[in-house]
Ligand binder design. Sequence first.
Ligand SMILES: *Cc1c(COP(=O)(O)O)cnc(C)c1O
Length: 425
Amino acid sequence: MTPPDYDATLDLPPELAADLSYDTLAVHTGIGRGTGVGVGIPIQQMAAFQFDSLEAAAREFQTNTGSSYSRIQNPTVKALERRITALEAGSETVCLSSGQAASFTAFLSACRAGDHIVATSSLFGGSVAMLSNVLPLMGITASLVPNTPDAVKAAMQPNTKLIWAETIGNPAADVADLSALAEIAHAQGALLGVDNTWGGVGLLCRPLDFGADMVTHSLTKWAGGHGSVLGGSVTVGERHDLTRNAIYTDGEPSLLEVRGAGALAWRQRWFGASQLGMILPPQSAYAIAQGLETLSLRLTRECETALALAEFLEGHAGVGRVNYPGLEGSEFHALGQQYLSGGFGAVMSFEVAHPEEFLSRLKVIRMAPNLGDTRTLVVHPWTTTHGKMPEAARRAAGVTPQSIRMSVGVESLADLQADLKRALS
Ligand SMILES: *Cc1c(COP(=O)(O)O)cnc(C)c1O
């Protein structure tokens, strides 16, 4: 797809880009060509940008397509946005300060007071908290339901404006039936939003291809990839229908009339970045853009190691249930095959009889609440990431007192397997 404001100093020619693979787009998008042009995305660490005439200043303030002030648009962040748009095959991306900021921006772009969201209950804990505690303060309500199209359909209300799911749920590793959810949303003019963090910025899954209208990421995870930086993004596709959402149709002229096909992304940038100020610093954008250059190498390897470790854990007498869609016995294996390509993700959860003892015996694997790091990390969701939720909500998310969540890094399979074996003995 051609970005609406195609820029030859940032984008590859669209007819060329259409034929390039993920790995090539990941290292070449966002960089210009020419004598003296740097090979990489430069850090433009400044608050404001100059105008050479009053006319140029007035035009920029009307269109917001160039650079004026870094809360609205920064060139380093813009280069990262172009790279993410290419990798998700979208039409526009807005980068924000964290995954939480991205989810909040996505929710506010579809809903206002009086509207309703249907979400699957096995979401990232922070998303559950935002839907349950923050949005109701603004008059937006949410129903959290089991991750099946039937349950989602049954929860739809006349005022439902958004269905929200994760490509792979956290930590139950349940795969969402994206096409079915898109159909349910679109039947009543609602949007489908997908948190694709576990889908690795379009590497394992591109939800827009399956009918989603917007995709978010915690760029903190596989995109940054080294546990060193926080960030988030929202990417919109081209096909969304806003004609039944009063946010876009109210007023004369309406937002839809003024902004056309770009209205959804415009509102996301206007609210998330410009008005709420949840911006991504240029230093972080640089680190994330660099992380994306090796995402495919890292995540492909991590998926292979994760599958081998899931099979090892499944066969170990000291381990209870193992949740990983790559396992043939997983109830989500078929959906995983349908929606994921190149691997089933780098995260699994499994049950051990004595979590405290198990965790204390690990010597290589570290206990830390992150995902997508180069290092393998584990947490005990019951007492940490999901600890503030009511017990019923924790169980609905697939978390039990015995659950361990593990995000697999790039270490050698043999070393990781030996560490787990030692801790289980
Ligand atoms: C971590 C995470 C988030 C939140 O991202 P932050 O960058 O920590 O704000 C949202 N969704 C998923 C699936 C995550 O793993």
